[in-house]
Design a protein around this ligand. Structure first.
Ligand SMILES: Nc1ncnc2c1ncn2[C@@H]1O[C@H](COP(=O)(O)OP(=O)(O)OP(=O)(O)O)[C@@H](O)[C@H]1O
Length: 576
């Protein structure tokens, strides 16, 4: 079982109320001195309220000469302290959040590498990891979040100041804020979910947009296809626009509401309270300045709503992704060791069965109910001996690649056993077992550099590239391959080079020769494979090249997920 590192945050947070994600992110992920930041926020708020009081004192016009200088000095001092506090809050919190984001990115990559091939296949393409790309929203949101906290602090201190000026006004202020803040809170909730929906739709847009790029040759050749694709893009875009417009409308309504409530507050403090209590209004200009001072922080709070909503949605999507990966890695094998077993005599598949279940792939709760078997292989019985050259043949979709993934330990058998030299491979031994194999599957990926081989001599790699007919096409340097935009056949040759560089005892090649030109194909079957066998490698190759079956020691045929009886070189199992 996986021994992945434990984190303070657990992956089960996806169903929590919105806002909680934000809180958990700050509390659990961000390594900041919150007490210090909190004190600085309070200081900044207090500073604003003091500035207000000083402005009011100066406006009274009764201080002159030395006293006015003192007021000016006090203003300067408070302003400097308040600005320093704000600088401290913003720089410390931004640094801490950036640090947390950098850590999260690596943590998600670590969780992904600990999940299984089936899960990664089932997640689909890179779109599934889009929450990781939206993490930048968190950086942008941090400043606004801090400013919103500071606005709350200013609000509190200005209210205290107002209370000191006119205790009766405090009642009106508290009543109005008691209505305004929860309404803004509810507005935040709604805006957040609308923005989250818009982000999800945006993800679908980019998926479809990706099809426009990857299928471009069809797009320019087929008007009906390109019209259909564009219509689809337009529909998705409108859906995203609708969600965004709804969010904006709600936000504008919130801002409107907040400013109306402030006007009401002004009315209450300037008219309702004095008229009701029969006050003479001598304090009114100070009260008016104080109420006007509230406009800034309340406006900042209202303006922060959509950004905080995006921040919250981004964190919540990220945690949902992590929860899926946590779920997957809990059931996945450990990481393989850097160096595994080197030698073996025989590998056996004994009654091995496997099926592609939608539920196997289910890493969220949603799909657990749709258990369906898409394709099943087995029971498979096969013995592979050291030094053999085995071909696997069969029609499209007969299960050849699935067999290779079972043989190499990439898939966990649902039935039967895989035995290494007579000993069944237990789950905890499978990662080490996998290191026996170097593979080139049909959906291989060419890494830009030979990761994990830091000491590789570029000159030696370039020599091998030349042997594979790729001199002048690409070169290997300390920075990696200079060019990988090559033909499919050429890319496959590089994949072969990379696989051989791993120096594993078994080489598994899935239709490697399929895209090669006839001279290279002949060289591959008649010279390279025999030479590799001569060097002691065990080779398992999926092929459709019946011209070269004679090269193999054995040819096995797959049909409908079953291995037919084994034949010898030149005579595949069912006599085809
Ligand atoms: N990742 C997957 N998820 C779900 N089903 C899959 C997946 N990969 C393959 N299958 C199913 O398994 C069947 C066998 O696929 P497999 O790739 O093993 O066949 P193959 O013999 O290698 O075919 P080909 O010659 O076309 O490469 C396919 O028909 C497909 O329905």
């Amino acid at each position: 079982m996986s021994n992945q590192p434990q984190h303070r945050r657990r992956g089960d947070s996806t169903r929590q109320r919105s806002g909680r994600h934000l809180y958990r992110f700050l509390a659990d992920e961000v390594d900041a001195r919150w007490v210090l930041i909190g004190l600085a926020i309070l200081l900044a708020g207090l500073g604003e309220a003091l500035l207000l009081a000083l402005i009011n004192l100066a406006a009274e016009g009764i201080y002159a000469g030395e006293e006015r200088w003192l007021l000016a000095l006090a203003f300067g001092g408070v302003f400097a302290a308040s600005a320093a506090a704000q600088w401290l809050v913003l720089s410390r919190s931004s640094d801490a959040v950036e640090g947390a984001i950098a850590g999260i990115k690596i943590r998600v990559a670590e969780k992904l590498r600990r999940s299984s091939l089936r899960v990664v296949e089932a997640q689909g393409g890179i779109d599934a990891y889009a929450p990781l790309t939206r993490i930048g929203v968190i950086s942008q949101g941090t400043v606004l979040l801090v400013l919103a906290a500071q606005a709350l602090s200013v609000l509190a201190f200005v209210c205290i100041y107002l209370a000191l000026l006119s205790p009766a006004s405090l009642v009106a202020i508290v009543a109005i804020l008691a209505v305004t803040l929860p309404v803004l809170g509810a507005g935040y909730e709604g805006t957040r979910s609308l923005l989250q929906r818009a982000a999800a739709v945006e993800g679908r847009f980019f998926h479809r947009f990706g099809e426009l790029v990857s299928g471009f040759s069809d797009v320019v050749m087929d008007r009906r296809l390109s019209d259909g694709l564009l219509a689809d893009l337009g529909r998705i875009s409108r859906e995203s626009l609708d969600a965004k417009l709804a969010a904006t409308e709600r936000h504008v309504r919130d801002i409107n509401f907040a400013s109306s409530m402030l006007s009401l507050l002004m009315f209450a403090v300037m008219f309702a309270v004095p008229l009701t209590l029969g006050q003479d209004g001598g304090m009114s200009h100070e009260l008016a300045t104080a109420v006007l001072f509230l406009f800034g922080p309340v406006g900042e709070l209202a303006a922060a709503i959509p950004v905080l909503g995006r921040f919250d949605a981004a964190v919540s999507d990220l945690y949902a992704l992590e929860a899926r990966l946590d779920h997957a890695s809990a059931a996945a094998d450990d990481l393989p060791p850097a160096v595994g077993p080197r030698g073996f005599e025989r590998i056996e598949l004994a009654g091995v069965g496997f099926h592609y279940d939608l539920a196997d792939a289910a890493i969220g709760e949603a799909s657990l109910g749709d258990k369906q078997t898409a394709f099943a292989v087995g029971p498979l019985d096969l013995t592979l001996r050291r030094g053999e050259l085995v071909f696997i043949v069969g029609g499209n979709g007969s299960g050849k690649s699935t067999l290779l993934k079972l043989l190499t330990g990439l898939y966990r058998p649902a039935a039967g056993r895989v035995l290494l030299d007579g000993k069944a491979i237990a789950d905890d031994a499978r990662p080490a077992y996998r290191t026996l194999f170097a593979t080139v599957f049909t959906d291989f990926h060419l890494f830009e550099r030979l990761h994990g081989q830091p000491d590789v001599d570029p000159a030696a790699v370039n020599e091998r590239l030349a042997e594979l007919g790729l001199a002048g096409k690409t070169r290997y340097t300390a920075g990696g391959f200079t060019d990988l935009a090559l033909s499919t056949g050429q890319r496959k040759r590089i994949a072969l080079l990379a696989a051989l560089g791993k120096e594993r005892p078994i080489l598994v090649l899935d239709e490697l020769a399929a895209d090669q030109d006839p001279p290279f194909r002949r060289r591959f079957y008649e010279e390279m494979l025999p030479a590799l066998k001569e060097q002691g490698l065990t080779l398992v190759c999926v092929t459709h090249d019946d011209h070269y079956f004679h090269v193999a020691d054995r040819v096995l045929r797959m049909r409908d997920g079953r291995l037919l009886e084994q034949g010898h070189g030149g005579s595949p199992g069912d006599g085809a």
